[in-house]
Structure formats: C-alpha cells, structure tokens
Write a protein that binds this ligand. Structure first.
Ligand code: SAM
Ligand code: FES
Length: 346
C-alpha cells in the first residue's frame, strides 16, 4: 500500500483497482504517510504559502434544482437576495484593503443577470482593481457567454463536475442536467483560455469508491488549474436532508491523492471542510491544499447563501475572517500571502 503512494509521488498513474484499494483500505498511518508527501509536493511549487480568494456570493436565486443544494429552486423557504454592482464593488473594496487579490463571483444560475450585466460587473472590478484576478462560478452557460465574460476580463472559472459517473450524476440532479453538458462546459472554458477549476463532493449520496476513482482519473486527464473538493453536508430543506455527511478522513485522503496526482494544482481547503471539523481548513492545508476562500459577502446576506447546514463564518465581518484565517495558518507554519495566486505551469 505504501508503495502505491510512492508510485503516485513519482507521477506514475495507478490503475483503477489500485486507487480503489487505497481508498478502501487506508488507515491513519497511511494517511499521514500520504499527507507528508502531499505537503512536500505542494511546498515544492508554492512554498509555505497559502493563497487567499475572496468569495462574493452575489445571488442565491437559482433556476436549477440540484438535490443536494440548499439554494435549489424548489426550496421555497430560502430567503432570496441579489447584490447590486455597487454592493459587489464595495465587497471588493473591503477585500482589496485586507490584501485580497482574487475575487470569486459565485452564485446560483440566476436568469435575472444578462450577459451584458455580468460583463459590466467584471469590467468595473477590473477597472478599479487592475492587478486583481476575477474568478466566476455561475454555472453552465453557452460558449458565447463564457467568451464574452473572458473578453471582459474574467481570468478563471470554477465549475465542479460533481461526479463523472452518469448514473450517479442522475441521482444527484434532475433530468435536465447532464454530465455530458457539464463536461462540454468545462471543455469550452478551457478552450477559451480560462484557468479552469473542477471538482466534486466527497461522500455525496450514492457515491461509491469506484465513482471517486473515476473522478480522480477524470481530473488527472482534464488537468485543471484548480480542484475543489469538500465533504457533502446535508441541508435540512432538500431531498437529501436525511443523508450522511462526507467524512473528514476521506476528504483529507482524497485531497492528498489529488495533490500527488496534480502536483501544481491550486487546491482549496474549503469552507465545507471547516464546517465538518473546527480544524478542517488547517488539516486540509496539511494534507496538500494551498488555497483558502474566505467570505467577502455582506454579513446581512451570508446566512441566506446556505448551501448546507451549519455553514461556518456566516456571522463574521471580512476583517474578522482575515485575522482568524491568518492566525490559523500561522499556527501550522503557513503564511497567507498578498498575491493573485495564479496557476504555475510546469
Ligand atoms: N451555480 C454554480 C455551479 O453550479 O457551479 C455555483 C454555485 S454551487 C452552490 C457551488 C458548489 O457548491 C457546487 O458545485 C457543489 O459542489 C457545492 N455544494 C452545493 N450543495 C452542497 C452541499 N450540500 N454540501 C457540500 N457542497 C455543496
Ligand atoms: Fe443552483 Fe445549487 S442548485 S446553486
């Protein structure tokens, strides 16, 4: 088993059976072995630095109905909101003064915003903060729309593939959403020239070890700049309210494997990881992650962007989150830097 991890470290591709074996039989000793190697690889490319992205959750309206998601269209109890361009710029202003150099605009698939409005928001951010990167995470759009956003200055795009297995995908989404459409979007984004991020939830309902193996291999093949993985956490107003959350141990193990398989990728220690364990984000970094994504959304709306139950940091001002995360990273020997944190090609 340890030699399988050594092989991954040497950039050898493991078979499906070998990856399944690792995922089915890892224990704490093997996890620590993996994490030490994953940290070393991350440090080789990025040193002891952690990059910070400011997450601006600018709308929680969504036309989609993903079964796992707290802001799905059918959740009539969700309190809906949208931020105006001025409010978004004010979040960026606050973030810039705190040392943020990447802003992530995330939202549901909200039909209220035309392409022109999205482009105008991107242009305004780029005009005011030319040295900052803009990342979009607003779901599935046409090639033409993605291209317009890119030409307006968007640098990166996050679109998790959620699961590579079509049957599993259909168990997590209604029939109008398909994995082939999702993958087509990812290809479009890459062809246009974005730094693209993809990923999946660990422990989502019906997920089998084989599915995680397919996800690892899909990501290796797609070779994204960014990889977001976090535990699935149930939301009480969704069809998956009674399902189990993904575990800390498996999520960390998957992060470690992803780091060895994608040595230079940007991998966040997600808010969901910090939600299932008070030290989740620190443990994520110590397993090979190198990015944190604190929230820059106004405190007045944060509770309403409730993708899952008990989401952390919904009551804290941006400045408090900055101080808290800085000290959390310092305690484990890492430093959050003032930097766009672009992908390093090798
Ligand atoms: N609408 C955009 C999209 O579909 O990519 C971005 C917003 S969506 C809420 C962002 C991510 O949140 C999803 O890709 C999903 O993996 C994650 N997410 C949603 N519900 C979750 C849950 N219950 N637990 C953990 N992660 C969740
Ligand atoms: Fe659209 Fe979750 S269902 S953002």
């Amino acid at each position: 088993m340890f030699e399988l991890i050594d092989q991954l470290e040497k950039n050898q591709i493991l078979s499906k059976e070998e990856l399944s074996h690792l995922l089915n039989h890892y224990d704490s000793e093997m996890s620590q072995y993996l994490f030490a190697k994953a940290r070393a690889v991350s440090q080789k490319y990025y040193g002891n630095t952690v990059f910070r992205r400011g997450l601006i959750e600018f709308t929680n309206y969504c036309k989609n109905d993903c079964y796992y998601c707290g802001i799905r269209a059918s959740n009539r109890q969700a309190v809906r909101y949208r931020l105006s361009k001025e409010e978004i710029l004010s979040c960026c202003d606050t973030g810039y003064n705190l040392g943020f150099r990447t802003f992530v605009l995330q939202g549901g698939e909200d039909l209220h915003y035309s392409d022109e409005e999205i482009c105008s928001i991107i242009l305004s951010i780029k005009e005011k903060f030319p040295e900052c990167a803009v990342t979009l995470s607003i779901g599935e759009k046409s090639y033409e729309s993605y291209k317009k956003y890119f030409e307006s200055g968007a640098d990166r795009y996050l679109l998790r593939h959620e699961t590579s297995n079509p049957d599993h995908y259909n168990k997590l989404h209604p029939t109008n959403l398909t994995i082939s459409k999702r993958k087509k979007c990812l290809e479009d984004l890459k062809n246009i020239g974005y730094q693209v991020g993809t990923g999946f939830m660990v422990g989502s309902p019906y997920q089998r070890t084989e599915d995680i193996v397919e996800d690892l291999l899909f990501i290796k093949e797609f070779s994204p700049a960014m990889i977001g993985v976090g535990p699935f956490i149930p939301h009480h107003q969704t069809p998956f309210a009674k399902e189990m959350a993904g575990t800390l141990e498996l999520t960390l193990f998957v992060i470690g494997l992803l780091r060895l398989m994608n040595p230079n990728a940007l991998i966040p220690a997600t808010t969901a990881l910090g939600t299932i364990d008070p030290n989740g984000r620190e443990l994520g970094i110590l397993s090979g992650a190198n990015v944190v994504m604190p929230n820059l959304s106004p405190v007045t709306v944060r509770k309403n962007y409730e993708l899952y139950d008990n989401k952390i940091c919904t009551g804290d001002e941006a400045a408090e989150c900055k101080v808290c995360l800085d000290s959390r990273m310092n305690r484990i020997g890492y430093e959050i830097v003032v930097d766009r944190g672009d992908f390093v090609e090798i």
